[in-house]
Write a protein that binds this ligand. Structure first.
Ligand code: 5GP
Length: 191
């Protein structure tokens, strides 16, 4: 998606060979117009997929995911990160390794908001090693619902996530695919 690649080129900050910072338009300040375009692009790609819900992980997934939900005219559910809870009867809970914090997080969704009939589009801001997306997919499947696909704003194609998700049989749609961050420079994968 050209507008997104242009924005990454103009404002992305390469923190290391592994990490890109995009806090001027996605992870802290949010460019709402760009998020709307991103949401519309996901919605166009999944227009025929029978999506009934969008699922993301708080907090950085919410901006693109709410725009996709708006364009698809379905609700957005965001999984909440939380400290260990003892009472889990009304929740689907999964443990997910956090790429940015290098720690395990519990992520939870209320049983009220996912049902066996749902077809769920999972959306996240970044794809690195696929832990967040796979955790959300496990939650969808625990509810007896189906994963329509996984929509990613920025995929780092040189890390293992995309291959892992495709091997697991999921459809993956990434709007920007970065092939390398070495030398402080962002390189995009060929379409
Ligand atoms: P994964 O679970 O695929 O290993 O990592 C994806 C999650 O880690 C995303 O939800 C995102 O919040 C965070 N993440 C991974 N790589 C980056 C990155 O390069 N920059 C930022 N800002 N977040 C990242």
């Amino acid at each position: 998606m050209k507008a997104l690649e242009d924005k990454i080129r103009a404002e992305g900050i390469v923190l290391s060979d592994q990490v890109l910072k995009v806090d001027s338009f996605l992870n802290h300040q949010v460019d709402a117009e760009l998020m709307l375009l991103i949401g519309q692009e996901f919605a166009a790609r999944y227009a025929e997929a029978g999506v009934t819900k969008v699922l993301t992980l708080e907090s950085s997934g919410i901006a693109p995911a709410v725009m996709a939900a708006l364009a698809l005219k379905v609700p957005l559910v965001f999984a909440r990160k939380q400290k260990s809870v003892t009472l889990k009867d009304d929740l689907y809970v999964e443990t997910v390794h956090s790429f940015t914090k290098q720690q395990m997080n519990e992520v939870a969704v209320s049983r009220k908001f996912l049902s066996p009939g749902d077809k769920v589009l999972i959306i996240d801001d970044f794809l690195a090693h696929g832990e967040a997306a796979l955790g959300m997919a496990r939650i969808v499947e625990a509810a007896g619902a189906a994963v329509a696909g996984i929509g990613i704003v920025i995929e780092k194609s040189f890390q293992s996530g995309a291959a892992k998700l495709k091997e697991a049989g999921y459809r993956v749609d990434s709007l920007a695919r970065i092939s390398s961050l070495t030398g402080g420079e962002v390189r995009f994968a060929e379409e």
